[in-house]
Unconditional design. Structure first.
Length: 271
């Protein structure tokens, strides 16, 4: 069995105070994009995950699935890693969700969707999104999802800057707390939701609030090159720019060639 494990960007990310469970309250807009890792999965005598030595989450996902289903984790997974690692685009989370779907389909009695979503939530806040179709509003810690009807007719330039070592996500959140980043959360949350309600065309995304966790001068450069929306995705360091026309997006990608590795892509609905 083979499937794509697509990346995501956060079209907006508003972060609030730390919750009793130690996680932060967030409101975010998840958008899948058409660049992806590739996974192959087949039944095997024992669990084996190959192709990405740093993997922990795919193995954890399959062990959790087997435990819930009451079977031994007997799958062989090969990951063809095409997405940048620790960039804020959910590559590992997407791999885990894709592995869950593929492995579940091999079970004599596949688990229902609600069970898969519960397993995904335990793996990480982003993972449940990759079991859904289309853009989603994430609330709670990001794992409480509601579908969004958003325009999908735009181009995306994704850029991972060179020579920038991303701190851990935990460190990014710790810095957010130190600077009292949660102040004004309710106002920013309301502004995000009001903007979403008014979105009719891609250009309306320009009014979404900026990412609360991270910023980058490359976002301003993308806007100067014609992007109607540009920001950091997730905890970074990847930056995205949204464009109406492919030619303009391609020109921006060329102009920022020296800044880092980049992709020209578009929204994806699933997979």
């Amino acid at each position: 069995m083979r499937a794509s494990a697509a990346a995501k960007i956060n079209l907006a990310l508003v972060v609030g105070p730390k919750r009793d469970d130690g996680k932060h309250e967030v409101v975010t807009v998840y958008q899948r994009i058409a660049i992806a890792d590739r996974l192959e999965l087949e039944p095997a005598p024992a669990l084996l995950v190959e192709g990405f030595d740093a993997d922990t989450i795919v193995r954890a996902a399959l062990e959790a699935l087997a435990s819930r289903a009451g079977v031994e984790p007997r799958w062989h997974v090969r990951i063809e890693k095409r997405l940048p690692i620790a960039a804020g685009i959910g590559g590992g989370s997407s791999d885990a969700a894709t592995a869950l779907r593929l492995a579940n389909a091999t079970l004599p009695e596949p688990l229902p969707d609600d069970d898969l979503r519960e397993l995904a939530t335990a793996l990480g806040a982003d993972v449940p999104f990759f079991l859904r179709d289309g853009p989603q509003l994430g609330t709670g810690d990001g794992s409480v999802l509601a579908p969004l009807d958003l325009p999908q007719d735009f181009w995306v330039v994704l850029l991972v800057p060179r020579l920038i070592e991303k701190p851990s996500t935990a460190a990014v959140y710790a810095d957010f707390d130190l600077r009292d980043g949660a102040a004004g959360f309710e106002e920013r949350r309301a502004a995000l939701l009001a903007t979403l309600a008014a979105v009719r065309r891609p250009r309306d995304f320009a009014a979404l609030p900026s990412n609360d966790l991270a910023s980058s001068p490359l976002a301003e450069e993308l806007r100067a090159l014609g992007a109607f929306r540009a920001d950091v995705t997730g905890a970074g360091p990847a930056v995205f720019g949204l464009f109406h026309h492919r030619d303009r997006a391609k020109a921006a990608q060329r102009a920022l060639k020296a800044a880092g590795e980049s992709w020209l892509t578009a929204p994806a609905w699933y997979g």
